[in-house]
Write a protein that binds this ligand. Structure first.
Ligand code: F0G
Length: 446
């Protein structure tokens, strides 16, 4: 299947983005030439997935498509119980409704924004225990998604199992640059958590990409298949939430997979209220069927190799041009270090957002700010939170763009990089919402 993409002029784009209060989320898709806003739900489905769509079983209860998905998830992840949900944050909502209470803390490796949102919404705290190496964008480390065991143990000692419902491992770690977590680290987190009797859950949105990096970078696993690695990875967890819009290779969908039947029953009640009956969770039967097929495809080495090499190709071009990006190159996106790219724009004027707007005006490419706007205000002090890294993320949709698109993106960024000294100021907020402000924030030129 192919889609039209839309060209425009620089003058058009300058006008459009101003009309949209300099928020890239506000742009209609036909005003975007190459859309790198997200890799979530934006990929192309395969011939086999489309044929599954034709034979989806739309029964309200006991659908064959549900049974097929359940069996696939059981085989791929090892988890026994399945609750489908309409997307990843819905899975978070259902699981956290069962487990996260006011005053709790949830340690992990740079929780994704909706995950953190769901934790903070329940008046609990997400504590980031990612290794310090992750926050130095130029430092090469094979597993920058890893959890620092000392930081984690400090949290365990301070709060104990009464206040810690679980530890969350996000694979790959989106917020720190699509960076993987090693099996060795996962195993150590499990051992430590066993000592403190704290469950371990995964946010598995990009679990297959994580397994690819394990195969490539963790010697003990170089001869294992992706499916073998995935099974071992999840064997150290009590369950997972999943946004199937990433490594499920579908346009919508998610799930919770668990080992504990009691927890499954509690989550099931929340699932029925929020999502739908146990065997569809807000999805059509055909969506469940396409997801089952997607999970089979995303856990094949050849698919992962072509996907991740495409991102590596773009990243290497940018490195060649001297553009500062998060290294090593991650699994689903390129993360440009905006503070280094635009040294004259102060942190208070949002350098990553400023770079995102420049790239849109330059070439019609839409990325997304992973920086101060996204980090939101501290819920208590209401002060801006300045994250360690201020990044512009260029997320690459799966099975969608070609190498020539990558070349175009690289040259567009180089053009801006060559005139970076002329960019001296950024933007200020003219309106923002209470929570998850980045989606709707209004900005004006400083
Ligand atoms: N967890 C991770 C690691 C994610 O990256 C996302 C979504 C979610 C959970 C939530 O899943 O969107 O299906 O509700 N990430 C998208 C992104 C939106 O652009 O990175 P969802």
């Amino acid at each position: 299947m192919v889609e039209e993409i839309y060209q425009s002029t620089k003058q058009d784009r300058e006008k459009w983005i101003e009309e949209k209060d300099y928020n890239l989320f506000n742009l209609e898709s036909h005003k975007v030439f190459i859309d790198l806003l997200t890799d979530s739900g934006t990929g192309a489905m395969s011939d086999k997935q489309w044929s599954e769509m034709m034979t989806g079983d739309e029964s309200y209860a006991g659908s064959q498509s549900f049974l097929k998905l359940k069996e696939t998830i059981n085989t791929i992840t090892g988890f026994k119980f399945l609750l489908p949900t309409h997307q990843g944050r819905a899975a978070e909502n259902v699981l956290f409704s069962a487990l996260v209470k006011e005053g709790h803390v949830v340690p992990g490796n740079s929780h994704f924004d909706t995950t953190k949102g769901h934790i903070e919404f329940r008046k609990a705290h997400a504590i980031d225990c990612t290794i310090d190496e992750a926050f130095d964008s130029e430092l090469i480390h094979p597993f920058k998604g890893n959890i620092d065991l000392q930081k984690l143990e400090n949290v365990y000692q301070q709060y104990g199992k009464e206040k810690i419902p679980f530890t969350l491992i996000t694979v790959t770690c989106n917020s720190s640059g699509g960076q993987p977590v090693s099996i060795e680290n996962i195993r150590q987190v499990r051992d430590l958590s066993n000592q403190y009797e704290i469950p371990v859950f995964f946010d598995g949105a990009r679990f297959a990409e994580n397994a690819y990096f394990i195969k490539e970078r963790e010697t003990a696993f170089k001869d294992k298949t992706i499916k073998e690695i995935v099974l071992e990875m999840f064997s150290y967890g009590d369950g997972m939430t999943m946004s199937a819009k990433k490594d499920g290779l579908v346009n919508i969908g998610g799930f919770i997979a668990l080992n504990n039947e009691e927890l499954y029953k509690i989550c099931g009640n929340f699932g029925i209220i929020y999502e739908g009956y146990l065997s569809y969770g807000g999805l059509a039967g055909r969506d469940l069927a396409a997801l089952a097929q997607g999970l089979q495809e995303s856990t094949e080495y050849t698919y992962l190799q072509s996907r991740i090499k495409q991102i590596e190709y773009l990243g290497n071009k940018l490195i060649e041009f001297g553009i500062p990006i998060q290294q090593p190159i991650g699994g689903h996106a390129i993360f440009v270090d905006a503070v280094k790219f635009l040294p004259h724009v102060p942190r208070e004027e949002f350098p990553a957002q400023t770079l995102g707007i420049e790239l849109y005006k330059e070439a019609g490419i839409r990325g997304v700010e992973i920086g101060t706007i996204l980090a939101d205000r501290d819920p208590e002090t209401r002060e801006n939170r300045y994250p360690k890294l201020e990044l512009l993320r260029l997320a690459i949709p799966r099975r969608t763009y070609f190498q020539s698109h990558m070349d175009y993106i690289a040259v567009a960024l180089k053009n801006i990089f060559d005139r970076r000294d002329e960019i001296k100021s950024g933007y200020e907020i003219s309106w923002e919402s209470e929570i998850l402000r980045h989606f709707t924030v209004k900005l004006k030129k400083k």
